[in-house]
Design a protein around this ligand. Structure first.
Ligand code: PEP
Ligand code: MG
Length: 568
């Protein structure tokens, strides 16, 4: 059994570092640092590059861009899923015409090539940071691209992860997609980063590789290369130089546990038979097909906006219906699919829907709010969803994101029900949680988006790499709001689910069920671990876990207390 405390370090020989756990599992191996910088000597030797004129310098830039971008593309071809997507996006960003003109402008102003590249990247980084959300997350990719371009220009190999010679724990400031593509999970046993939040690329990639991962670990980079560390991706701890025998036992116990979890085959229920819908989050037809291979009861969140991120024009009702039908089809006659209307804006700009130039897009016109000034956008999407549902025959529920008032919920529900579909709203804004009982008077179900609910409750950008301790759904204030919402569902006798990342955390999932949550929707990679964990505990234990989580004063003690309740 994985234990929370393990061998607590004594001050003389051990250190215990803490961060935010993002992928469960335990690993014990020596530290290997990712090399992220180009050597200073090579940069000094390169100097101003000795170009005859601006055109010659720009040609060298174009060559470096070509090499770096092709490198990303080659890695993308060998990768799949989320990793391939982020690599392709990095290739596009490297070749970006705007970035090139910013470089040319600096060259024209008389700057040397390396300074011009740096200036252009800084300019873009400032813009991306200002946009917040997913765009801010791309700043790490920009700096990665800069380092690669500089390396190519000065004639050094591109920085990144050295190929481990033996099983290692990879430690870095943050990891870019290109660093992690092609990582061999038999050699890289865990990922630990100083920066990065629960939704960072590092976390996404670790989840896909199935290796333990802890992010936001202050001091991780100061641990000397080769130091043996025990990484606990459930507790979020990194112990340096632990007792080797104890550490190896914990790894063996963890492997046994994970092997057991992998055999879970549904349906979702607690050990004493209380049913809990275990659902998947999907983005398009392909992800729906692959999610349907997991033992799930349907889809708890279809993020429709992700189908349109690269579209400049709104697709017709028929085209939208065809896209939605691809997601509904794998679940015909099997459970239900919750389609979320466009959550455009903020971190997910959709050209045909999003407003330009908002000062604070996360608090601006996003999600349902877009329909206030453009009601036709919502009506056409609902028509398309209804059309797809009729054609395919899958039970289809529809919910709106970013709902803040009961009047918004009521008006949305009217429109959905007029099309013969079940209507719900997401609880992502604290006002919706506080008024959950009134929301349930006008809708059929609620679905708690813990990612945004945490962001808005804690006033902490969910993508901010320095705020991982606040953007943690185990924060007591977030759990209180979840409990209020779940209780409202119990009293109204209506379903209340969770579809944010919190649902993918097996420990938290049990506490959520104990609060009264009736469905858990998550990345399909997390389904078996959550389903299996639930199957081992009775409803009494879930309720006790909920009480323990709600009574705790901070996320770490909440995790520890819930672990103790569930695992003794
Ligand atoms: C959430 O906010 O928790 C959620 C599920 O929506 P998204 O992550 O797409 O904003
Ligand atoms: Mg959200």
């Amino acid at each position: 059994m994985v234990t929370f405390s393990g061998t607590r370090p004594d001050a003389s020989s051990h250190r215990l570092l803490r961060g935010t756990p993002v992928v469960p599992g335990v690993a014990f191996a020596p530290v290997l640092h990712a090399r992220t910088e180009v050597s200073a000597d090579a940069v000094t030797a390169y100097g101003d590059g000795g170009f005859a004129d601006e055109a010659e310098a720009l040609e060298a830039y174009d060559q470096a861009v070509g090499t770096v971008a092709s490198g990303f593309e080659a890695k993308a071809e060998r990768a799949s899923g989320a990793i391939a997507e982020v690599l392709t996006a990095s290739a596009g960003l490297t070749r970006d015409k705007g970035l090139r003109s910013a470089v040319r402008k600096q060259l024209r102003a008389g700057d040397a090539l390396l300074a011009s590249v740096h200036g252009a990247v800084e300019q873009f980084a400032t813009i991306f940071t200002g946009m917040g959300g997913l765009m801010a997350e791309r700043v790490a990719d920009l700096y990665d691209i800069e380092r690669r371009l500089v390396a190519r220009l000065v004639g050094e190999p591109e920085p990144g992860v050295p190929t481990p010679e033996h099983p290692s724990v990879l430690v870095a400031e943050d990891l870019a997609p290109a660093d992690t593509a092609g990582l061999d999970p038999t050699l890289v046993r865990a990922l630990v980063t100083e920066r990065g939040g629960p939704t960072s690329h590092t976390a996404i990639i670790a989840r896909q590789l199935g290796i333990p991962c802890v992010v936001g670990v202050a001091g991780a980079q100061a641990v000397a290369s080769g130091t043996a560390v025990l990484v606990d991706g459930v507790a979020g701890t990194i112990e340096t130089d632990p007792d080797a025998t104890v550490a190896e036992e914990r790894v063996a116990d963890d492997h046994e546990l994970r092997a057991r979890l992998a055999t879970w085959s549904g349906p979702g229920a607690t050990a004493d038979g209380t049913p809990v819908k275990v659902l998947a989050n999907v983005a398009d037809g392909d992800s729906a097909v692959s999610a349907a291979e997991a033992p799930i009861d349907g889809v708890g969140l279809f993020r429709t906006e992700l189908c349109f991120l690269n579209r400049t024009e709104e697709p017709s009702v028929e085209e939208q219906a065809a896209i939605y039908a691809d997601v509904l089809r794998p679940f015909a006659g099997r459970g239900y699919v919750v389609v979320r209307t466009l959550d455009a804006g903020s971190d997910k700009p959709v050209a045909f829907a999003t407003l330009e130039g908002e000062e604070n897009p996360a608090l601006g016109v996003r999600g349902l709010r877009l329909s206030f000034s453009n009601p036709g956008l919502m009506e056409r999407q609902l028509d398309a969803i209804a059309l797809a549902a009729r054609e395919v025959g899958t039970e289809t529920w529809v919910m709106a994101p970013m709902v803040a008032t009961v009047a918004e919920a009521a008006s949305f529900a009217d429109q959905v029900r007029a099309r013969g579909l079940k209507a719900g709203v997401m609880v992502e804004v604290p006002s919706a949680a506080l008024l959950a009982h009134r929301m349930l008077e006008v809708v059929d179900f609620l679905s708690i988006g813990t990612n945004d609910l945490t962001q808005y409750t804690m006033a902490a950008d969910r993508m901010a790499t320095d705020l991982a301790h606040l953007t943690d759904p185990w924060q007591p204030a977030v759990l209180q709001l979840v409990a209020i919402t779940a209780e409202a569902g119990r009293q109204a006798g209506k379903p209340v689910g969770v579809c944010g990342e919190a649902a993918a955390d097996p420990l938290l999932a049990c506490a959520l069920v104990g609060m009264g949550i009736t469905s858990l929707s998550m990345a399909s990679a997390a389904v078996r671990a959550v389903g299996a964990q639930l199957a081992t505990v009775g409803m009494d234990a879930c309720e006790e876990a909920a009480e323990a989580a709600l009574a705790a004063s901070d996320p770490m003690s909440a995790r520890e207390d819930v672990f103790r309740v569930l695992h003794g």
